[in-house]
Design a binder for this molecule. Structure first.
Ligand code: NAP
Length: 309
């Protein structure tokens, strides 16, 4: 990949250009979308790269995915980040899918081209990149445990297996969803439980348990689990990642850090999956450190997430 424009080294942040009629537009579709950090990450990258590109949020309600894709293509929008509730509908609507997006049945990144949209999924690769760069942990040859079997968990399970993990243990509340997610791990996958945590090198929470303002029960009356996994099963020498980044430190992360584990939140995955989107759209190397700083992460490589011991 090539880097357009000069590489900055310190100094004041680059000014965002005022969009003009010639500006290339990308965005994020979702509902809700106003909270999304994706435009901030994309725009930070574009400014740093000296590109006349802009990213914004488009609130697209459930059921209007197809209209949004046709409209965005007609408007010449170059790329779309895709979030809830559109990841699976987009995978069904777009014919040109990367093999990974097709396996996952979920798209988080659309790349516009002459022939239409191409659907990709950068979520799992984002986590693996964050692990390697931020946590200095390469999943290759290691025992990994993922709690959850929803969209985020599925992308992480596939990515960890693809990165050469020795084992990917899937722990989930509902058995049927666990089995479906397990298929993405191939021969290194198995279904397990919390008792597998002490023997794992990496433990990932991919459930919303602990998320600010999040509902985690399937019904209003259902009690909310206090932890995704009992933290007393965690210990020093393990890498523990909570995919949640709001709050920056969940009670589970705090408890895991108290057990001596090396703990990170989901900001690293967020930054890296957005960086991979920028790379897919522009064909250029994204400025990771600037993107990381934009979301308050300080210096990324080798440093813990904010507020985390
Ligand atoms: N950092 C990032 O870049 C990033 C990206 C994507 C997602 N995320 C985060 O990842 C989390 C999961 O998102 P998602 O899109 O995968 O959600 P999802 O598709 O709704 O899946 C949620 C999963 O969590 C499980 N779960 C929910 N409530 C639970 C509870 N009380 N006890 C035990 N398990 C519970 C569900 O189990 P059942 O199958 O039994 O229902 C399901 O497997 C969210 O916090 C989201 O913010 C972060």
């Amino acid at each position: 990949m090539t880097v357009p424009g000069p590489i900055r080294d310190g100094g004041p942040p680059p000014r965002h250009r005022e969009p003009s009629a010639a500006t290339t537009v990308v965005g994020v579709i979702g509902d809700p979308v106003a909270h999304s950090l994706s435009p901030l990450l994309h725009n930070t990258a574009f400014a740093e790269m000296g590109l006349d590109w802009v990213s914004t949020g488009f609130r697209v309600v459930a059921g209007r995915t197809a209209e949004a894709l046709v409209g965005a293509m007609a408007l010449g929008i170059r790329g779309l980040s895709v979030t809830m509730p559109h990841k699976e509908p987009v995978a069904e609507l777009v014919e040109d899918l990367s093999p990974l997006a097709a396996r996952l049945g979920a798209v988080n990144c659309l790349v516009g081209g002459r022939a239409g949209w191409r659907g990709e999924n950068t979520d799992g690769a984002g986590l693996v990149a964050a692990l390697r760069r931020g946590d200095r942990f390469d999943p290759a040859g290691h025992r990994c445990l993922v709690v959850g079997a929803g969209g985020a968990a599925r992308s992480v399970i596939a990515a960890l297996a693809g990165a050469g993990a020795a084992e990917v243990v899937v722990v989930n509340r509902s058995a049927a969803r666990a089995r479906a997610a397990l298929a993405l791990a191939g021969p290194v996958g198995r279904i397990g439980g919390a008792e597998d945590a002490p023997d794992s090198d990496l433990v990932v929470n991919a459930t919303p348990v602990g998320m600010a303002g999040g509902r985690t029960g399937t019904a209003d009356t259902e009690p909310v689990a206090p932890w995704p996994l009992d933290p007393s099963r965690l210990h020093a020498g393990q890498v523990v990642v909570d995919l949640i980044y709001h709050p920056a430190e969940t009670a589970w992360m705090e408890a895991a850090a108290g057990q001596g584990a090396s703990v990170s939140n989901g900001l690293g995955m967020l930054v890296h999956q957005a960086a991979l989107q920028v790379a897919a759209w522009t064909g250029a190397e994204p400025p990771l450190e600037a993107m990381w700083r934009a979301v308050g992460g300080g210096s990324h490589a080798g440093h813990p997430s904010p507020g985390v011991a």
